[in-house]
Ligand binder design. Structure first.
Ligand code: G1P
Length: 297
């Protein structure tokens, strides 16, 4: 059993969000809402529920709005109180971090050099021990994925644990793919990982999605990493390099994952949450009824 707790979560949020232009011209993609909550907030809530003590956001100078969302805004709160909305002011305070708190750090990734480079930018700000990495684009609903992984990590004999799900063969070129040796329950023991292989070269169909728990040595592996797929510094390559030394395992999480880096995924996630929200029932029924009558006509 490992004693070192996972205390830090790294959120890579520097990407330009080109797939969502023009929506992301002035608004960071992490602030796009799924129903009524920005993507980044789901990721923060997941980390908080898992007992994470420090969140390191690796952002870009053009995305200052993320910081404004995450940190407390004392002026806005006093304005709300002055306008007779003290409950709203209290809610905002509850959902944000006080300025100067050491629970939150913003580090800048000035150039888009890849996910591995983004994680490396957090190095000076993490607490000792293994670190979690959460990609807010991958929205995972249901049981908190990073919490589930932290629980499993205690008993898994591997330094790197990555969230996995099975994908169709044609999809392997969208993901990091694990080279799986064997499986015990929800844990897949692996001896490597390849970034976005063609289906005929993929070692399995076990794809990695955006939740990782990484041994602290990943930072040394990242600093020695040369550009890989797409000319970027790949997190996958640094994990594969460390796999032989610290061990690597995949974890089949129980929640439902939505690829909110794509329009279809955003829509699926929104409809999924809308279907569970009584306030949306009437709207959904109207749409279904109007589509069915359009089809019948
Ligand atoms: C990144 C990782 C990839 C992983 C994916 C999960 O790719 O490089 O290994 O499978 O996230 O969403 P991206 O989607 O940023 O291209």
């Amino acid at each position: 059993m490992k004693s070192s707790a996972v205390r830090t979560a790294i959120f890579p949020v520097a990407g330009l969000g080109t797939r969502f232009l023009p929506a992301t011209k002035a608004t960071p993609k992490e602030l796009l809402p799924v129903l009524d909550t920005p993507l980044i907030q789901y990721a923060i809530d997941e980390a908080q529920a898992a007992g994470i003590e420090r969140m390191v956001f690796v952002s870009h100078p053009s995305k200052a709005a993320i910081e404004r969302h995450v940190m407390d805004d004392v002026r806005l709160r006093s304005e709300l109180r002055a306008r007779g909305k003290p409950e709203l002011a209290a809610e905002l305070k509850e959902a944000s971090f006080p300025v100067g708190s050491d629970e939150v750090v913003f580090a800048m990734q000035n150039e888009p050099l890849g996910l591995g480079h983004a994680v490396a930018c957090a190095r000076d700000h993490v607490l000792p021990g293994p670190v979690a990495v959460i990609l807010p684009d991958d929205l995972i609903l249901g049981e908190g994925c990073i919490g589930e992984m932290i629980e499993a990590y205690r008993n898994v004999p591997a330094g790197h644990l990555v969230a996995t799900m099975q994908v169709a063969a044609r999809e392997t070129r969208k993901y990091g793919i694990l080279s799986v040796c064997d499986q015990e329950g929800r844990v897949l023991r692996a001896d490597g990982m390849v970034e976005k292989p063609d289906p005929d070269k993929a070692p399995s169909r076990d794809a990695v999605v955006g939740r990782y728990i990484l041994d602290g040595s990943v930072f040394d592996d990242l600093s020695a990493q040369t550009p890989g797929a797409g000319g970027e510094i790949q997190l996958t390559d640094a994990i594969a390099r460390g796999a032989q030394r610290v061990g690597l395992a995949g974890f089949r999480f129980s929640g439902q994952r939505f690829d909110c880096g794509s329009k279809a995924g955003m829509l699926r996630a929104t409809l999924h949450l809308a279907a569970e929200d009584p306030e949306c029932e009437e709207v959904l029924q109207e749409i279904v009824a109007s589509r069915s009558s359009a089809l019948a006509a």
